[in-house]
Write a new protein. Structure first.
Length: 480
């Protein structure tokens, strides 16, 4: 039994995919020139008044429903006070004691095949700060305030995770769920999903938590895993040495692979929370919650379970298909055209997704219809084209925007199944490869594969390999 137990909780900030900011009309579009998406409201200039974006509330409710949270009947905003160069108001509009939602959960699948529920403490709405730019070789830092006021949903987990692997599983399920809702693109490179991790280590069986360390500056799930693994080992080593672990905030240095102390850990009283005077508390209409509930898509965990049951897919195959909502929907559209879940799954997970990744695009951008993919699979199943030719047809359909049958006809890809023509090719192959024919008669099965390969070569890939193999067996007296 392990001497120590690791305790992990995560704070995930999700940027909501609204058109404008949380409390003003400025655009949140990524990539604009610095300090061009700002106004007196998000800059906090004297005399301005924030106005809450209704879409932020709707998106927050949608995420809270998906996470199984209790949505509160009444909520309010608070000022979270702290000084930082990229926070022009010197406070952040957030939520303290009356957030949007409490008490949800995320169910994750662990490597040993078991499922585990990770509790959600709360989900609350807040605005983002700006961004500091540190130019290499310059003594000064620059401030870009475009992100100031961007709407965030902060999702705070219970300290239910016991390893970096469990934290990684939680983040992946959370990201997949949020993306299905289309309330955020969860693009970590653009800062649409950010994670701060709280980790402590205690003796196994202990009831009280150890000293909590918060880790920041992680811009990928891999960075979260690596930072937690490093910090877990660091704290265990300190406990073994009898050292005291300070409650602090640490930064992850991805290049060195270590965490470094940043500052002592803040408590809620350090932020001097008080109610936001310019935004009054308000009730969340029950009818709004129900309206949002009616727009909910089938969530990935439910879709995965249904795919396994309805299409007889393995858990691994279903997991790949439901990773992206559009891919999952494309799979089902294809199955409607060709009711063979396993064959369609093999093609979607294989060649189809290869083209998505190769071209750095999505289902819409790839531009091939479900009926066309179904037709390609059917042509291969019927033996009218070879598997290799089917892959060629798929690529051509994507590149040339033509139908599969037109591609097959133009390129002469239809397999030779005519027995008379095929027999002539087989006779030529046997005449040219007497030794391989004798080897097969002596029981060397791989010799038949070689002969089939020669038939395919002589026919320029057009021979039906199944018919060719059967014909070779008959001619060599190995099959009636």
């Amino acid at each position: 039994m392990d001497k120590y137990e690791t305790v992990i909780g995560l704070e995930v900030h999700v940027q909501l995919a609204t058109v404008t900011k949380a409390f003003c009309g400025c655009s949140i579009k990524f990539g604009a020139a610095p300090n061009t998406h700002v106004c007196p409201v998000c800059l906090g200039l004297p005399g301005v008044l924030p106005v809450f974006n209704r879409k932020v509330l709707e998106y927050g409710i949608k995420a809270a429903i998906a996470l199984g949270c209790d949505i509160q009947k009444r909520m309010k905003f608070d000022r979270k006070n702290y000084y930082y160069p990229d926070l022009p108001k010197n406070y952040q509009i957030s939520q303290f004691d009356m957030p949007l939602a409490y008490k949800g959960k995320v169910t994750v699948s662990l490597k040993d095949g078991t499922a585990k529920d990770i509790g959600i403490t709360r989900a609350h709405v807040e605005e983002d700060a700006g961004k500091l730019l540190h130019a290499a070789g310059e003594a000064a830092s620059y401030v870009d305030l475009n992100r100031t006021g961007t709407p965030l949903l902060e999702i705070v987990s219970e300290p239910d995770m016991r390893s970096p692997e469990e934290a990684d599983a939680y983040l992946n399920v959370l990201k997949r769920t949020i993306k299905y809702l289309e309330v955020s693109d969860c693009n970590m490179e653009e800062g649409s999903l950010r994670c701060d991790a709280n980790i402590s280590v205690r003796l196994a069986g202990a009831k009280t938590l150890g000293s909590k360390v918060e880790i920041k500056n992680m811009n990928s799930f891999k960075a979260v895993r690596d930072a937690l693994a490093y910090e877990e080992e660091r704290q265990r080593d300190m406990l073994e040495d009898g050292a005291r672990i300070a409650q602090e905030t640490r930064l992850w240095d991805e290049i060195k692979g270590v965490t470094a102390s940043m500052r002592s850990k803040e408590e809620s009283h350090d932020y001097r929370y008080f109610p936001e005077p310019d935004l009054v508390p308000f009730e969340i209409p029950a009818e709004l919650v129900e309206t949002v509930r009616l727009t909910m898509p089938e969530l990935p965990q439910a879709k995965k379970k249904r795919f396994i049951e309805e299409y007889a897919l393995s858990e691994k195959d279903a997991d790949v298909l439901v990773e992206d909502r559009c891919v999952a929907e494309f799979f089902e559209e294809t199955v409607k055209c060709l009711p063979d879940g396993q064959s369609v799954s093999n093609w979607v997970r294989g060649e189809y997704m290869m083209h998505l990744n190769e071209r750095h695009t999505d289902v819409k951008g790839l531009g091939i219809g479900a009926s066309d993919l179904a037709r390609i699979i059917q042509l291969a199943k019927d033996g009218k084209i070879s598997g290799l030719a089917a892959k060629e047809v798929l690529r051509a359909c994507i590149d040339e925007k033509k139908s599969p049958d037109a591609i097959v006809a133009e390129r002469g890809l239809e397999q030779v199944s005519d027995e008379g023509e095929l027999e002539r090719i087989v006779d030529n192959v046997l005449a040219a490869n007497v030794k391989s024919a004798d080897d097969f008669k002596k029981g060397k099965e791989n010799a038949l594969s070689f002969l089939v390969g020669q038939v395919m070569k002589l026919s320029k890939g057009k021979a039906n390999p199944k018919i060719a193999g059967s014909m070779l067996r008959k001619k060599l007296g190995m099959e009636k």
